[in-house]
Design a protein. Structure first.
Length: 319
């Protein structure tokens, strides 16, 4: 038995369009969080696929792209150069250390320090936090949901990677809890931004995902929608899809159950004590805006990675 959900809808009703990206002088296109410019001590940003040197995921005649993941299809040297470009775009210096973690769809959050710049292997976690100035914390995504959190009073920051498994395991709540433990952060002092990921317009799921959410959240039914996934071309031109199967044509496409991971993580931030007005949803569906974002699902697994970054700017001479 599926939970009570909204009436049957079309995918476009749930699409959250991304804002126009900012273009850095080095060619990187990235998304800042509206309103966070009032925190001059805070570095942050969500990358797109635009800019960079990667040739692994684009047409031969297309400009290079900003793949930030060490994938099998791309050169490690190229990805490292792309990471320096992103650091430069966000902080003004390509030499700013950008520290990643080895993600595995968990609720594990670690504290990152300058000593982790050269750590090998990387911390195995899906979130990391710091109060050390001069570092950029990064999480990689290509459909999963990135969440950035900043403490306005204690000047601490965190980044979480939330796929559906990590969301069910409450990775974002774990991140806020770890900031409270390590830095004494108070939820009322926190601001958060939920970045681009696969949207409820495109994220069709199966019973495993539904069961996982229902086992953890009393509001699970509010996160799912029945969506008409019928192919509009099939609907308009059914004769094009005639075949030998009875009754002489292929199915036009059933409805599907879609989940809203952005809303799921927003609800977790609220449960962690953040105020509604302190949570920003940046927008952008990676699956249906593939000109701007990498999407693992849309590309059948042949995809680069975006990176969402946050850090604390070191104090300058006038600070």
């Amino acid at each position: 038995m599926t939970p009570s959900r909204t009436p049957l809808a079309h995918p476009e009703e749930f699409t959250r369009q991304a804002p126009a990206p900012s273009a850095a002088p080095n060619g990187v296109h990235w998304l800042p969080v509206a309103g966070w410019e009032k925190f001059p001590w805070l570095w942050h940003g969500f990358s797109t696929r635009k800019g960079g040197f990667s040739r692994a995921y684009c047409a031969a005649d297309a400009p290079g792209e900003l793949n930030l993941g060490f994938t099998e299809a791309d050169s490690r040297d190229v990805v490292s150069a792309n990471r320096r470009l992103l650091a430069e775009a966000v902080t003004g210096s390509a030499e700013t250390p950008l520290i990643a973690i080895r993600q595995f769809h968990s609720n594990l959050v670690v504290r990152t320090t300058p000593a982790d710049q050269s750590r090998q292997p990387l911390w195995k976690a899906d979130g990391h936090i710091t109060d050390e100035p001069g570092l950029l914390l990064g999480v990689q995504t290509a459909d999963c949901i990135p969440v950035l959190v900043a403490d306005r009073e204690r000047r601490a920051a965190g980044a979480c990677h939330a796929g559906w498994r990590g969301t069910v395991k409450r990775i974002v709540e774990s991140g806020v809890g770890r900031m409270r433990l390590e830095f004494g952060s108070r939820p009322e002092d926190l601001v958060a931004a939920i970045g681009p990921g696969i949207g409820p317009c495109c994220y069709a799921i199966g019973e495993e995902v539904l069961s996982g959410f229902e086992s953890q959240f009393v509001y699970a039914g509010e996160l799912f929608h029945e969506v008409d996934d019928t192919d509009p071309v099939r609907t308009r031109y059914p004769m094009l899809f005639l075949n030998q199967r009875a009754p002489c044509h292929a199915p036009l496409g059933p409805t599907a159950l879609h989940v809203d991971l952005v809303e799921a993580n927003r609800r977790q931030l609220l449960d962690a004590g953040l105020k509604p007005g302190s949570i920003q949803i940046v927008g952008g569906c990676t699956h249906c805006q593939t000109g701007l974002f990498f999407s693992h699902r849309a590309s059948q697994g042949h995809a680069g990675r975006m990176m969402s970054v946050i850090g604390i700017r070191p104090p300058g001479p006038s600070d």
